[in-house]
Design a protein around this ligand. Structure first.
Ligand code: FAD
Length: 509
């Protein structure tokens, strides 16, 4: 154990999406000292990370924690959950599709006990974001993606949307907004937007890179700081004079709490982990956006241009009584064959995919530990497609049927040679459902495992000011606090959680 004191006003655990925002905002005040404990290396100067279109190459590589999931009796047990091990976190790994959460998303949070997080007050935090959020640039709009948008509009009668963030929507087809710099295809991740410009200018901001936080230290009910291990194996204690901010993401925030004895008492005792604070909700309410895939072979190779190979999409509302969209699609100008291939479908030389996605899935999973050893990965049981009336599974079947309607419609139809997976012979509800669930993948949106809620919510982990219930000097700010999944892709919501957390702490605009 090093004798050097490592004492700061704020200790941010995880220099990821939310953590970068918070560290940047808090350190705007030169009188405040901030430490960031980040498990991964810097992304500065790393083209493999900073070039958005190289995102697929990061999956499963050395910058990926790569979490397996437990056996999924009704789903695809082969799914691996990528989680980025690099400054900027998953915003340095992801496709940077940037949706402002819909008003109905925030209002659902407020109704779930997140007082003060409704659509009206949350609007201000979107305006503060420093990321360069722009529609996919004209030069990056691939002709086949343009034709997908036209065909979807005609086949389903949905409006064309130019700028999904300009006003709330329930339906529409169009090119996404992305957090990127079109001229260089460089990411506008949380680290690029919030940390890179200030790294050399703020002596009050210290990054501990490639340093792993393995146990929180409590003095009674007050969080004192965190025990960390550096890349060279040195063990340090980093103390927070004011507060600890836990920003390690929806997998690693609950994991660190559980290894610190903060969680469901009986589970911790069964593993021999000394209980420091009984908190039954830690690891519960594991959410995701599952999606399936339908793949077509094209008549030949496609034009090359793109921002990141999935630049356009579609939202549909099947149930007019539903608030917000209830079915979403990404359009990929590549054949997304990993799961269909495992099920026996042959990879075509050229192709495209549509991926029906469940904006508001009803199945709920759980994260738990299987060992007291902090180096053992936690178990992720998403319980995909286990909701009582199979709403989730049926949504994917509806999605495949709608995708086929779009594929039959010009100008897209002329590009497509044949349906590769599941194949035109698969038409019945049952067979389509079986295929859709077995070929399902994730778009890597785990959330909800330390959910925010009201004082009478036994399973809430944080209160609406993001403070861990029953403890002092520690808050959580990342995707784990989501009480419910946003209907849209969650990253902008996470950035806004970061901005709001900074404000609660007295930093930022
Ligand atoms: C491949 C992929 C594609 C995606 N595409 C999109 C998309 O296009 N649009 C969208 O909206 N969302 C997308 N997402 C989801 C989105 O990126 C995440 O929801 C969001 O970035 C999560 O932010 P976070 O702050 O909760 O966690 P993260 O950004 O994961 O940050 C956590 C940080 O904590 C660090 N850390 C974890 N544990 C420890 C520890 N014990 N000690 C020290 N450091 C630790 C990690 O290294 C990481 O930097 C995608 C995700 C992935 C992986």
């Amino acid at each position: 154990m090093s004798d050097t004191p490592h004492v700061y006003d704020y200790v941010v655990i995880g220099g990821g999406t939310a953590g970068s925002v918070i560290a940047s905002r808090l350190s705007e005040n030169p009188d405040v000292t901030v430490a960031v404990i980040e498990g991964g290396p810097s992304d500065v100067g790393r083209d493999d990370v900073l070039t958005l279109r190289r995102w697929l190459g990061l999956l499963g590589g050395d910058l990926d924690y790569d979490y397996p999931i437990t056996e999924q009796p009704r789903g695809n047990s082969h799914i691996r959950h990528s989680r980025a091990r690099v400054l900027g976190g998953c915003s340095s790994h992801n496709t940077l599709i940037a949706f402002k959460p819909l008003p109905s998303d925030w209002d659902e949070w407020e109704a779930a006990g997140a007082k003060g997080w409704g659509a009206v007050p949350m609007e201000a935090y979107y305006a503060r974001l420093l990321n360069n959020i722009v529609p996919v640039d004209e030069k990056d709009r691939n002709p086949i993606a343009r034709d997908f948008v036209d065909a979807a509009q005609q086949a389903l009668g949905v409006p064309r949307v130019e700028g999904f963030n300009s006003k709330p929507f329930t339906e529409g087809a169009g090119f996404f907004d992305l957090a990127y710099h079109p001229e260089s295809n460089k990411r506008s991740s949380a680290s690029v937007a919030y940390l890179h410009p200030v790294l050399d200018e703020r002596p009050n901001l210290r990054l501990y890179l490639e340093t792993w936080a393995y146990r929180l230290e409590l003095d009674g009910t007050r969080a004192e700081g965190v025990h960390v291990r550096t890349k060279d194996g040195e063990e340090l204690f980093v103390r927070a004079r004011s507060e600890v901010l836990l920003c390690a993401g929806a997998v690693d925030s609950p994991r660190l709490l559980l290894h610190s004895g903060i969680g469901p008492k009986a589970d911790l005792e069964a593993l021999g982990i000394p209980v420091t604070h009984d908190l039954p909700g830690v690891g519960e309410n594991l959410l995701d956006h599952p999606e399936s895939v339908i793949v077509w072979e094209t008549h030949g190779p496609l034009p090359e241009n793109s921002a990141m190979d999935s630049d356009a999409g579609l939202f549909v509302r099947r149930d007019p009584g539903h608030t917000g969209p209830d079915l979403m699609f990404h359009f990929y100008q590549i054949p997304f064959m990993d799961n269909p291939e495992r099920l026996g479908h042959e990879r075509p030389p050229y192709g495209v995919s549509m991926t029906p996605n469940i904006p508001r899935p009803k199945s709920r999973g759980r994260l738990y530990l299987t060992s007291a050893d902090p180096s053992v990965k936690p178990a992720l049981d998403f319980r995909y497609f286990t909701d009582e009336d199979d709403y989730d599974g049926r949504t994917l079947v509806d999605g495949i049927r709608l995708a086929r309607e779009i594929a039959k419609t010009e100008p897209l139809a002329g590009w497509l040679k044949r349906e590769v997976a599941p194949g035109p012979q698969i038409t019945g509800d049952e067979e389509l459902g079986e295929y859709a669930r077995r070929a399902a993948h994730t778009v890597y949106h785990p959330a909800g495992t330390c959910r925010m809620g009201a004082a009478d919510d036994e399973l809430a982990v944080v209160d609406p000011e993001l403070r861990i219930r029953g403890l002092e000097g520690i808050r959580i700010a990342d995707a784990s606090v989501f009480p419910a999944m946003t209907a849209v892709n969650p990253m902008v919501g996470v950035l806004m959680v970061g901005e709001k957390a900074a404000e609660l702490l007295g930093g930022g605009a």
